[in-house]
Ligand binder design. Structure first.
Ligand SMILES: [Zn+2]
Ligand SMILES: [Zn+2]
Ligand SMILES: [Zn+2]
Length: 809
């Protein structure tokens, strides 16, 4: 409390005059200030210190539970200059949310000091995300004269691990997985020196005192570094044994060049690496992981290497080199030196650049791009604990490049696209989490939103901050469920949120819903899935206007009428929604089986359209089960009704022979998009039946597809006309709602809008019609964004006197 008391007003502020012998009388003022945001563990105090001392100001700076506090004293012009540069020149990892100032009486301070941190109270400060190695560290990494030359764990205040090593707050070394490494004298001196780049950098270390690399064989036994490997290492041999330590790295690189698969311990988990150009190695990795088709990401050494593989726009280059270093999905160049098995049937390739010193050293030693995919089997969560990784990845990896710095929390790589020069997140995780998503309206009470079932994230929120979690994954096995429950506990501690309100999806079978309903003594608020999608899009855009037209297109979501929704036109704000229109429902023959086997949706749609499918290839291909599936659809036995847009895309993909069954979620729709010819402008029509809610006859689109198919129109043209037709439906529905509700803004959300061809068509058509269009750029439009949507909806109905009902009934 000592420093809090210091903060309280002392006496009415008035400038004082200071007498300097033989000099003019100078007016002196003292200003107290408070800086809130991500300002701890990012070098903020040394920045304030050097800024103040450089301007000849006296005073102090320190950390407390609310952020950074400071007092500066000196001539008014210098204090003004200090305040101006404080925001303008803040350290790279700082994120200032608010600076408040207050005049104080001058205290005659001649020097400037960094005062000790205040006592721990409420933990209101924010933990930074893991950050890619900075330019200064890279320079040292490459400098033979530097004591951290080629040291794979080099970091500083401006870069390195954060979220993945934090066990508890305050963010201090004893509460990180670096606690077991005692700093050597040189590191400790840097850590204590306010003028040093490593002042209070919690993960600071060097070859003498920090983590070490090890190479283990497939059985988990240490591999002796080969003499050949050691001889590859440049640089002086020194007592710290830098050269020895480079051994495992060079040996691992040699294995990769030889076509072997190496598990590499990263920031948030283990990756599996293979030479990206080596078809045999990549195919072996695919077979051993039991991952049939889902694309692998590729690590390229730098922008030039990425440009040799893909088309890299300026916006994409900015994302690739950003400190979050996500995987960016980019158009692959014809003839790019990447094995076909890396991303089969896909025109795009996920590329990322190195974000740890280990990556930089490894990719340099291999000398060409490598596949770097999550260390898991099939759809299991990524392995992050050493013993577990050795166990689960045995049989996949030929060797393990590992180290002794523990990963506290599993965090997958983030994945993003670029849409019209802005990021379009697919998965928001490592590099972004746990930085909060600021929302335009605050949370009246602390809140937990449990998210959806697939691509789960949860969200803890208080004040103006929504802490959307890292990617948890599909809540369908014990391991993911444990990540979910442990993750919630971790975030509660980290951000001091004790939820009084818990928001959940209406689907009674979601494990996240069951978890919510099991929490005692809180107010529970159910949020309809597509309302959550639209609210997430509004919050993503900082929307604080009124109602909008919300177009929520996704795979499945539980509707308020107990049917499966997913092609929804809502009139919505945060507090509530009206289902204004939707795709006309069709049966899903076999329920879940229809999701895995898109041909079943084609059968249901063809039947709904009243078409005789006998002459179509799809009926011949699936002739054994076709009549039974059609009859299931007609009788409504094991055939729940759905208005899902995702299932419509599945039906058309199957009809065009893209695929009858899928190996990963959304595969048929993704491949249908890949098939479509971007040059084709014609669109199939679909009628909107009157009524409230109005119904879109999506079967019209399927009819048109079947007709063109029979007429021999090329499949790429048909696929494009279908996409354009769906965009036309969104346009027509939006025009109708503008007419009836006088609304001019459309929010687009739901996993179907990861389809760039569709999104581009829809946005173009709506903008041409004069609509304002909101799309995602901070959280995914897929179910990874649901928790944020639930949080803002629940907050809106939690506001005193809101009287709002989150779901219509
Ligand atoms: Zn650095
Ligand atoms: Zn050291
Ligand atoms: Zn959804």
């Amino acid at each position: 409390m000592r420093f809090w008391l210091r903060w309280k007003p002392t006496c009415p502020a008035r400038p004082s005059s200071k007498f300097i012998p033989n000099g003019p009388v100078v007016t002196v003022i003292r200003t107290a200030l408070r800086v809130e945001g991500i300002v701890q563990g990012v070098g903020f105090r040394p920045f304030v210190y050097s800024l103040a001392t450089g301007l000849g100001l006296g005073g102090l700076v320190g950390n407390d539970v609310d952020g950074v506090f400071a007092e500066v004293e000196g001539p008014p012009a210098a204090v003004g200059e200090f305040l101006r540069r404080l925001a303008a020149e803040a350290p790279p990892l700082a994120s200032i949310e608010r600076i408040t100032t207050r005049a104080m009486a001058p205290a005659g301070a001649a020097s400037f000091e960094i005062v000790p941190s205040g006592p721990d109270g409420r933990r209101r400060t924010l933990v930074a995300a893991d950050t890619a190695t900075c330019a200064d560290c890279l320079r040292e990494l490459a400098d033979p004269a530097d004591r951290r030359f080629r040291y794979p764990f080099i970091n500083c205040t401006n870069c390195g691990p954060r979220f993945t090593i934090v066990r508890d707050v305050p963010y201090d070394r004893p509460f990180t997985t670096m606690s077991g490494f005692a700093m050597c004298g040189l590191c400790a001196a840097e850590y204590r020196d306010p003028g040093d780049r490593r002042y209070h950098a919690q993960p600071v270390c060097c070859p003498a005192c920090g983590p070490r690399l090890t190479l283990l064989d497939a059985a988990g036994q240490p591999c002796p570094a080969t003499p050949a490997a050691i001889s590859l290492t440049a640089g002086p041999l020194d007592p710290a044994g830098q050269r020895d330590r480079a051994g495992p790295l060079e040996a691992a690189a040699g294995l990769l060049r030889d076509g072997r698969i190496v598990a590499v311990k990263g920031l948030g988990g283990y990756h599996l690496a293979a030479d990206a150009a080596d078809q045999d190695a990549v195919a072996a990795l695919r077979a051993r992981k039991h991952r049939e088709d889902k694309p692998f990401a590729v690590l390229a050494a730098g922008l030039d290497a990425a440009r040799a593989l893909c088309e890299v726009s300026d916006a994409a280059a900015a994302l690739l080199t950003s400190r979050a270093r996500p995987i960016v999905l980019l158009p692959r160049l014809p003839g790019a030196a990447v094995a076909a098995a890396a991303a089969p049937g896909n025109r795009d390739l996920g590329v990322m650049l190195p974000y740890t010193p280990l990556h930089h050293l490894l990719i340099e030693a291999v000398g060409r791009p490598i596949v770097l995919t999550s260390g898991n089997v099939s759809d299991e969560p990524i392995a992050y604990r050493d013993a577990d990784a050795l166990d689960r990845l045995a049989g996949i990896a030929d060797a393990f490049l590992t180290h002794d710095r523990a990963i506290h929390i599993r965090t997958d790589d983030s994945v993003t696209r670029v849409f019209r020069g802005r990021p379009l997140p697919v998965r928001r995780s490592r590099g972004y989490v746990p930085e909060p998503v600021a929302v335009p309206v605050g949370f009246p009470r602390p809140l937990l939103a449990c998210g959806a079932e697939l691509k789960n994230t949860f969200c803890l929120a208080r004040d103006r901050h929504a802490f959307v979690s890292h990617h948890i994954g599909d809540l369908e096995n014990a391991e993911t469920l444990r990540s979910f429950t442990e993750g919630i506990e971790h975030f509660r501690r980290l951000f001091d949120v004790d939820p009084r309100v818990v928001a959940y999806d209406l689907h009674p079978e979601y494990l996240s819903t069951k978890y919510a309903l099991d929490t005692g003594d809180v107010d529970l608020i159910g949020v309809q899935h597509h309302h959550a999608h639209i609210a997430a899009c509004l919050a993503d855009n900082g929307w604080d206007g009124g109602r909008v037209i919300g177009v929520a297109f996704d795979g499945t979501g539980y509707g308020t009428d107990g049917t499966i929704w997913g092609g929804e036109f809502l009139v919505a704000d945060y507090a509530g929604f009206e289902r204004a229109g939707h795709l006309a429902p069709v049966p899903m023959p076999g329920g879940q089986a229809a999701i895995r086997q898109p041909w079943r949706m084609a059968a249901a749609y063809l039947d709904a359209a009243g078409l005789d499918a006998d002459r179509l290839d799809i009926a011949r291909r699936n002739s054994a089960r076709w009549p039974a599936v059609v009859s299931m659809a007609r009788k409504g036995v094991s055939a729940p009704l759905t208005s899902s847009a995702g299932r419509l895309f599945d039906a058309v993909a199957a009809l065009l022979g893209v695929r009858d069954t899928i190996n990963y979620e959304g595969q048929a729709a993704i491949e249908l998009e890949q098939l479509a010819s971007p040059a084709e402008q014609a669109a199939y029509p679909a009628s909107l039946e009157p009524g409230g809610p109005f119904r879109v006859r999506a079967a019209d689109l399927v009819c048109a597809v079947a007709g063109d198919l029979a007429a021999g129109v090329p499949r790429d043209v048909i696929a494009a006309r279908f996409h354009n037709g769906v965009a036309g439906v969104v346009e027509a529905a939006s025009l109708r709602l503008r007419e009836s509700h006088a609304l001019t803004t459309v929010a687009l959300s739901g996993g179907v809008f990861q389809n760039m061809l569709l999104l581009n068509q829809v946005v173009t058509r709506l903008e041409t019609r004069g609509f304002g269009v909101l799309t995602h750029s901070r959280v995914p439009c897929n179910d990874g964004g649901i928790s944020l949507g639930q949080a803002v909806v629940a907050a809106a109905s939690d506001r005193p006197g809101s009287g709002a009902q989150p779901a219509d009934s």
